[in-house]
Design a protein around this ligand. Structure first.
Ligand SMILES: Cc1cc2nc3c(=O)[nH]c(=O)nc-3n(C[C@H](O)[C@H](O)[C@H](O)COP(=O)(O)O)c2cc1C
Length: 188
């Protein structure tokens, strides 16, 4: 795996939503840690159905954030401090549902609220992964085009292959190496 020296000490906020590709994000988190990045993880409720937060807690030696109202430190407003902390935000895998919410300004859980609260200077890298029909749905395309109007939303498109649903087509989450490369480039 290629090393990215500028990822060292950078604060990467990884926002995990509920798709089958969640298990691949454990290895992505590890790659950021090996590059010397600081990582915090937020998971939606659906994401925790696929992989337990315990996996990410063990990798990070830190808490994983899942609930808007489960305030770990009463001295701060968690969704705001998480948003301020991040040098960059990575939504991976990004479900059709969460992309739709972000595109329409919906902030109804911790993850979407933090994304809404990110300072304007913070770039948001979105890594969609889903079934081919979901990806090709014109509503999905509209939502992506809507977000692309704001320059700070950067998409890393899914790739083709055999999907978990046994369909062959586009929808698999991008390769970890490509994700690291783009995050590194956007932090320069
Ligand atoms: C087995 C299974 C696999 C799923 N995989 C995906 C997926 O890869 N991409 C996606 O957009 N939704 C997928 N879904 C649907 C999402 O989990 C669902 O839309 C959920 O509401 C997403 O919530 P979230 O965006 O808050 O994480 C899957 C659901 C199940 C049961």
């Amino acid at each position: 795996m290629e090393k990215f020296s500028n990822l060292k000490s950078k604060k990467i906020l990884i926002c995990i939503t509920g798709g089958i590709a969640v298990y691949k994000i454990a290895s992505l988190v590890n790659h950021f840690l090996k590059n010397g990045s600081q990582v915090k993880v937020i998971m939606t409720q659906a994401a925790t159905e696929f992989v337990s937060p315990v996996t990410f807690q063990a990798l990070l030696n830190d808490v994983v954030y899942t609930d808007l109202f489960d305030i770990k430190n009463p001295r701060e407003v968690e969704h705001i401090s998480l948003a301020k902390w991040a040098d960059i935000c990575l939504v991976a895998p990004a479900t059709a549902n969460t992309i739709g919410k972000i595109a329409h300004g919906i902030a109804d859980n911790l993850l979407t609220t933090v994304v809404m609260a990110l300072p304007q200077k913070t770039k948001i890298i979105i890594v969609p992964a889903m079934n081919t029909e979901m990806w090709n749905n014109p509503i999905m395309k509209n939502n992506i085009n809507e977000l692309k109007k704001y320059k700070r939303y950067i998409f890393i498109n899914p790739v083709s292959g055999l999907l978990a649903c046994r369909d062959e087509g586009i929808g698999k989450v991008a390769d970890s190496q490509d994700i690291l490369k783009i995050v590194s480039k956007e932090l320069k």
